[in-house]
Design a protein around this ligand. Sequence first.
Ligand code: AMP
Length: 196
Amino acid sequence: MLNIVIFGSPGAGKGTQAINIAQKYNLVHISTGEIFRNAIKNCTELGKQVKEIIDRGELVPDELVVNIIIEAIDNRNNGKGFIFDGFPRTFEQARQFGQIMDNRHMPVNIVLHLNVDDNEIIKRLLNRAKLDGRSDDTAEIIENRLQVYRKETEPLLDFYKGRNKLYEMDGMGNIEEVCIRSYQIIDNYIIKKNNQ
Ligand code: AMP
């Protein structure tokens, strides 16, 4: 089994990379943002609970997110592994996530951090706003999401570094270039693991 967390600021390209990685390595792609957006679109109870929070660019409460992750892991396990996109985002989520995965004997193997310059991030997010019309991709909300990321989520890099799970990678350039880089890191990891 191979369990990957794709990590990076909003607009770093996590979603796009996660889709490609999931396809190549036969992993189940779990995007918490996507789960929430679908819930909002379908006007479910969950959607009603999270809409305002997401529209403000704030984080959904840990307990809610963790419950959703547990449900997704247990319902969608294909035995090959997962790629988590947009989760964990806080220390508390990371702590509980570690326990959830350990209890199921499927630890996270790779935390792949996509590094992208701030200017490029804003450019990508504003461009996505035009293409997708996401309600949280306006200039003001983008600024808030970036601040929330720096304060709540970025410190998790040290958490995973300390556990020897962090793989840094350049997220600049076009989608194909970034894809090739991520495949190299994952392939190297698999080769190393198989040789152990
Ligand atoms: P994303 O598509 O990953 O950028 O997520 C969109 C929005 O969903 C975020 O700005 C948050 O409001 C919410 N969200 C997604 N994942 C999480 C998470 N792990 N913890 C808290 N809120 C989340």
